[in-house]
Structure formats: C-alpha cells, structure tokens
Design a protein around this ligand. Structure first.
Ligand code: ZN
Length: 500
C-alpha cells in the first residue's frame, strides 16, 4: 500500500465512522418516533379490532386511534395507511390534514373550533355552579378547600352536602370524586350534576331528602385541578397526569411530564404504575409525593368514608377491591354484591345492557385499594362511557344521566345493614378514637378500621352475629358481641375502661 492510499483509506474510515454514527443516531431516533401521521380520518362500518389488523399499533396514550365510538373510529394516519384502509373497502373520510399531530387530536376531540364544547365545565365554572347552589341552598351545601395542586398551587375544593350542613356533622359519609385523570373530564360533569340533583331534590324527592337528613355527602368534582385546566383550556386533550415540571425546564404543558395521581397513593404504591417519568402511569418519586394525593388523604382520614365512587373513563366497567394475586378482599361478598348492583344500575351508551363489575388489583397505588385498605371505604372506580376519554357533546347528557342512576344505587346502600358503633371513655364519657376490627373477617391485608374523633364508626355488614374488638392506647381491649339486624343500622355503644 502506498502512502497516498493509506491516507485515502484513513479518510474513508473517518467518513465511514461519521456515516455509521449518523445512521445509528437516526435509527435510534426512528425507533422512538412514530410515523408522521398528518391525516385525521373517520372510518365507519368496521370494528376497531378489524381496523387495527396490521396497522396502528396501540402505543399507549397518544396512540393513533383517538376514539372508537359507535359506528365511527377516529384515527390518525399516514397516506400509506389511508390507502390500505381504502383498499380494504372501508368507508373512509378525511376530516383534516395538518403537520401538527396535536392540532389533529384537538380537531378530533374538541371539534372544528379546536375548543372543548362548552357543555363541558371548566373548573372555574364548576366552582361558580357550586357557589350559586350555596347561595340558593345555604343550609344544604358548603365548600371548603382541602389542599393545593402540586405544580401551580391552585386550590382543590370539596362540596359537602347534607341537611344543616353548617353544624358539626357526625353521620355516615359518602364521597364522589372526578378527574384523577385530567382527560377523563366526564367525571367532573357527573360530580357537578350530583351536586345539583341532591340539593334541588331536598324536600321534594323523598329519597334525596332522607339521604341528606341521614348522611354527609362529599363531592370532589376535580381532584387533578391543574391537569383538568390543560384539557379544558384547549391546551392538550391528551393530558392525564398533573403538571409537575419533572425536568425543571419551566415548561409546564410539555406532554409526558407530570405524575399519575391515581398511582401515587401509598397502598402497594411500589407495585403500581411505572417508575419511568415519561410513562403516562408514572407513580411519582414516592407515595404522596403529590399534594393532590395529600389533600385526598387528609379528607379521607378525617371523614373515613363508608362508600365512594371515583369517576374515570372509559370502558363501562366498575372496578372494586380486589383480586390481590388471587386473594380477595376481607369484605369480598359485600363488595362484590354492591359493585355488581352498582354496575347493573348504570345503562351503557348503546342502551341495550349495563356496565359490568370486575375485580381491580390490590397491588396498585390507586384510590380504591388505598381507600379500602387504609380506611375500610368501599371505593368503586366507575369507568364511564366507552370508546373515548372525551366524548362528543351528543353523548354527554346520556352518560351523566345513566351515572346518576348509579349514584342513587350507591346512596341506597348507605342505609345498612351494618353496625353503627359509638366508643366512649367509661370514666369521663368522652368519645374515644379507637381501632375496631372483626377477627373473623379482617385480615393482615388491611389496616384496622378506626372510629372518628367523635368515637363514631359505621361498617356495612351482612346480617348475623359478630365479635367486634375495640382497642385504644391506655384502655383495656373490649369485645362486643353484636347481632346485626336484617335491615338498617344496628346501634351499639361500648365504654372502654382505662388500663390500671
Ligand atoms: Zn382514569
């Protein structure tokens, strides 16, 4: 080899290595980026599974299929994908064309104006509705703040509904909450309608009147206030998590950032969601790292809800606690009965059947295992509607109406049968905060239930005889034998004696 050919060879090697570097950089980028889809199509007359064959691999949230509503599928596509659909003979309409995928998503989910239909409430609007209800029904509804959001410090509010709502209430408490997930906005809609229906029905609707006289009903219309802002202010209809600025670059609405606050509760947190911060189910750095979750914790530990519903979308299914690696919940029979009844009380969008109930996993940092495992609350995740997270406006009234039937079903369950226990200090007569457990039911999987600061405790039970154990620091543990009646609350009182 001559000198010059050596030089040529080394130049060639340099070029080759630069080329290889470029190839590897490009191919790794290609592996992460989906095909550039510039078309928004509506395809009708075909099932989602059929349409997907060989196309539109479902890549989690932000996938190419935006929604699949009865009779029409909304999908992002490349020209090539569109050709395949036409070749297959499907009915394909090109709705819009744009280089920005976000714009196409907005077009699909918000409509031609690229703005969320005004039937959906912003948080400001929800608070206005609540305030106007408070002005009209000052003795039935009040508002209070339970915390602020993680990133932007916005207020998180709850509305309490009960007869004589401004007095100290010591009644069984039931919660309804919406929008842990920002894009599942129908939950806020349902929660707002629950508020209206309950206060307006007091005095005229016999059942509603009885419920407000007997229970404290707590509504958290929007848990994820800052994420809900992103969706309802037309910024990004895909948003699911809160807006925690994980990389600290000061850009708040950067898709992929944020924490999934329905994976941030501390019950089996490590087993749920994802540890990858870009994942749509990112569980956060540690349990209760997010202030939305801490707000919910302070509310739950204060009220120790008997029953609750957390509204999500979609799927027309009710998830409940739990099938924990094959083990069921200590209250499985009751939970299954109520979850099934709740599901069967809610008609589906097609109207020919109802929602169905399924066990959720116990091993996730979600609200239902947390509320049940820590506080004994029977919490149900209701996945409202089917085929989209944000529904076209023509579906909204029906989904809300159907779910109000579920609300009525749940509130009917709050009448028992069960145990209404009052725990006092034998010496002073003062209420005692005590642990209350039934060894024949409760397992190590759940925390012991506790009375409130008022010494009161309600627990739904199947009618039969139970040995109820009551203990508190500084007192002798007591065992109460109770026969739970077939209907209503069985009242019982126990006085604890101080340890000598
Ligand atoms: Zn959800």
């Amino acid at each position: 080899m001559t000198d010059s050919s050596d030089r040529n060879l080394s130049r060639l090697l340099v070029r080759l290595s630069v080329f290889l570097f470029l190839v590897s950089a490009t191919s790794s980028a290609v592996a992460q980026i989906r095909p550039q889809r510039k078309l928004l199509l509506e395809v009708s007359g075909v099932e989602r599974a059929e349409l997907q064959k060989g196309l539109f691999a479902y890549d989690d949230y932000g996938g190419a299929i935006i929604s699949s509503l009865p009779g029409r599928i909304s999908v992002l596509a490349t020209e090539a994908e569109r050709s395949v659909l036409l070749e297959r003979g499907y009915d394909v309409t090109t709705v819009a064309q744009d280089t920005s995928e976000l714009t196409l998503r907005k077009r699909s989910l918000y409509g031609e104006s690229l703005e969320l239909p005004s039937i959906y409430h912003t948080y400001e609007r929800i608070l206005e509705i609540g305030d106007s209800l408070m002005a009209t029904y000052p003795n039935l509804i009040r508002r209070r703040q339970i915390g602020t959001t993680t990133q932007e410090g916005r207020g998180i509010f709850v509305f309490t509904i009960s007869a004589n709502v401004n007095s100290e209430l010591d009644r069984p408490a039931i919660m309804f909450n919406g929008c842990h997930h920002a894009d599942e906005i129908i939950g806020a809609q349902i929660s707002t309608e629950i508020m209206r229906t309950l206060v307006a029905g007091y005095g005229s609707d016999e059942e509603v009147t009885r419920w407000l006289d007997s229970y404290e009903i707590v509504i958290v219309p929007v848990v994820n206030v800052e994420g809900h802002y992103v969706v309802t202010h037309n910024i990004d209809p895909r948003w699911r998590k809160n807006t925690r600025d994980l990389d600290g670059d000061g850009i708040l609405y950067e898709y992929g950032e944020g924490v999934d606050i329905n994976r941030n509760y501390d019950f089996n947190w490590a087993h749920g969601g994802s540890g990858d911060s870009t994942n749509s189910r990112y569980r956060g750095e540690h349990p209760f790292s997010e202030s939305e979750n801490r707000a919910m914790r302070s509310l739950a530990s204060d009220r120790r809800f008997l029953l609750s519903i957390s509204y999500h979308s979609q799927g027309e299914v009710v998830y409940y606690p739990w099938s924990w690696r094959g083990r069921t919940a200590p209250d499985d029979k009751l939970l299954t009965r109520i979850a099934t009844g709740l599901a069967e009380s809610i008609p589906t969008m097609s109207g020919d059947t109802t929602y169905h109930a399924e066990y959720g996993a116990g091993t996730v940092g979600q609200s239902y295992p947390w509320l049940y495992g820590r506080y004994g609350t029977f919490d149900f995740i209701v996945e409202t509607g089917r085929g989209s997270h944000i529904f076209p406006l023509e579906y909204v009234p029906q989904i809300v109406e159907s779910n109000l039937k579920g609300v009525r079903y749940l509130l009917r369950q709050a009448g028992g049968p069960g145990l209404a226990l009052k725990v006092r200090d034998a010496d002073t007569g003062n209420p005692v905060e005590a642990e209350v457990w039934i060894p024949t039911i409760d397992s190590e999987d759940v925390d012991r239930r506790r009375t409130r600061a008022t010494g009161s405790h309600w627990r739904l039970l199947q009618p039969r005889r139970y040995g109820v154990h009551v203990s508190a620091p500084g007192f002798e543990t007591a065992i109460l034998e109770v026969e739970i009646a077939d209907v209503g609350w069985t009242d019982a009182a126990i006085e604890l004696t101080k340890t000598p």
